[in-house]
Design a protein around this ligand. Sequence first.
Ligand SMILES: [Zn+2]
Ligand SMILES: [Zn+2]
Length: 284
Amino acid sequence: MTAVDQAHPTRVQVLRSGSGGNAIFVEVARTRLLIDVGLPLEGIVRLLAPLSLTPSDLSAVLLTHEHDDHARGAGSLSRAAGIPVLANERTLARAAPFLGGARTERFTTGIPFAVGEIQIDPFPVPHDAAEPVGFLLTAGGIRIVVAYDLGEASDPLRERLPSADLILLEANYDPRLLGVGTYPWFLKNRILGGMGHLSNDRAAEAVVRAARGGRAQTVLLIHLSDVNNLLPLARDTVRWALEREGIAASRVEAVRSNGAGPLWEATAGAVGLPATVLEDAAAP
Ligand SMILES: [Zn+2]
Ligand SMILES: [Zn+2]
């Protein structure tokens, strides 16, 4: 296990999340990853600026899957920054229209690998894409799980959640809002299905199971629908589920649809437990 440089705390920020585009920034010492690039290069430049970073400070891009709200900006960022795009073979093939001229590197779902200081464990999630994955990232004893665009919290995710310090988990919709909303039925059925998106209730269930592991966890709910969800509803559905179980150690926040999340920082302490700081993002 690598020791994390005390002068460089681990930093994580959801730069953008929602159907309008997704990008998640993770930094451990000098290794800086962007998970998904679902917005144009100019957007990434603007969102990295408050962190005093430019695209060329990044080490690599990781793709969860090829849907355009996750991959459409990956090629232009990769070319501009001179960094590789890492994904599994089927995702790289399907994302090819977005990746022209980009340097790509292949990983295998289920086989951990490293980028600089960060150990990356890509695990399968059920979603209607070629080979969608979530990521467990580990560095200096700090563990971060990223899982969004998934129809259900299946075993590979459930197994990884209890040991995480930070959980970035989809809470896409409230079933009642989806039911009465204006989406056409084919789309409602796609979202509701086991290969679609995770509801607030299913997210709550997964978070409660994870919290029973006893670890003090920070949960950021992401990829909220701007039509079929409300931020307080997503957040409170999960908070209330924890309260009902008498679990007080977990902290739950939700990231506004198509907005930026708070900055999460952790420093590996003497006993290996992270101290966490959440700051509200200044970006609109
Ligand atoms: Zn998505
Ligand atoms: Zn998707």
